[in-house]
Design a protein around this ligand. Structure first.
Ligand SMILES: NC(=O)c1ccc[n+]([C@@H]2O[C@H](COP(=O)([O-])OP(=O)(O)OC[C@H]3O[C@@H](n4cnc5c(N)ncnc54)[C@H](OP(=O)(O)O)[C@@H]3O)[C@@H](O)[C@H]2O)c1
Length: 267
């Protein structure tokens, strides 16, 4: 009866994890959200194995601890432990997203704003979430902690594509990768495996795309093709999550602490 907790589960990749995992009635799924979307509520109504935990803001330590307490109560009715934690929540500062490093301002507060938003979900939030759920993971059978990272943090990819924007986001995900490796080093004696998992370039937009977004995605595709000439475009959220779940299933001690691109994974 595996159990899974997923942060940022109200939409996009997070909600698709919930949807796919819920198809197996023996799974218990804890969907951690700041506030549930109508689509997640509808999913939970038709799947009794989905438990929504609200007010789970991963940038707020007390809210993460409260979410872990609620998770413990829910899991107490089944095995008592948590098998897999998936830290998927993410946010970016769109005001500075397009800027290259030479535009980092000579102002302490403005610089903090520039870097803090993605770091607070990826690095600080990654640590708070992992630490809050660690006692449950220790009691679980599978003992897996997965943080969702991005190829944007891969320096070979940056140099090959020439992408100079998404600076704070890429740095936050690079920090996430290092932190996940540190967790692997720390937690190996307890049999806990960790992983930074790249979901690919995924279409999570749920309404008609505005022309600026279509234009930006065309530019990104041209940049991505410098690294991967055959890339066709974004993949569906269903395809991405199905690939990611195969990697999570195969996560073992030998792969713990590494960064894996879901699409390239061979078991
Ligand atoms: N899509 C891609 O192509 C792609 C590529 C590489 C990596 N990734 C990574 O994959 C993960 C999911 O991406 P996505 O495309 O599905 O993103 P998304 O559609 O923007 O969804 C992000 C989720 O994170 C939640 N969130 C944001 N701030 C939060 C906070 N402080 N506390 C709790 N939850 C918070 C959002 O909640 P609300 O609903 O409340 O806003 C939302 O549910 C992210 O880590 C992202 O960096 C995505």
């Amino acid at each position: 009866m595996p159990s899974y907790a997923i942060t940022g589960a109200s939409k996009g990749i997070g909600r698709e994890f919930v949807r796919q995992l819920a198809q197996s009635p023996s799974n218990t799924i804890l969907a951690l959200v700041r506030s549930p979307s109508p689509a997640l509520l509808a999913l939970a109504q038709s799947h009794p194995n989905i438990h929504i935990i609200k007010n789970a803001d991963t940038t707020d330590p007390s809210s993460v601890l409260a979410a872990a307490r609620e998770a413990s109560q829910i899991l107490g009715d089944s095995s008592g432990g948590l098998d897999v934690l998936i830290h998927n929540a993410n946010s970016v500062n769109l005001d500075t997203f397009a800027l290259p490093p030479s535009k980092v301002p000579f102002d302490l507060e403005a610089t903090r704003t520039f870097y803090e938003v993605p770091a607070r979900t990826a690095i600080w939030g990654g640590a708070w979430t992992t630490n809050a759920f660690l006692p449950l993971i220790e009691k679980g059978q599978l003992k897996k902690i997965v943080h969702i990272t991005s190829t944007m943090a891969d320096t070979d990819f940056i140099l090959g594509s020439g992408i100079d924007y998404a600076l704070a986001y890429a740095i936050a995900k690079a920090g996430m990768n290092v932190q996940v490796a540190k967790y692997a080093a720390e937690l190996a004696p307890k049999g806990i495996k960790t992983l930074s998992l790249c979901p690919g370039w995924v279409d999570t937009w749920e309404s008609p795309k505005p022309p600026q977004l279509v234009e930006a995605e065309e530019l990104m595709l041209a940049q991505f093709r410098k690294v991967e000439p055959d890339l066709k475009g974004q993949i569906s959220v269903q395809e991405s999550v199905s690939q990611q779940l195969k990697v999570i299933d195969a996560l073992d001690a030998a792969r713990s602490g590494t960064v894996i691109k879901a699409r390239d994974f061979k078991a």
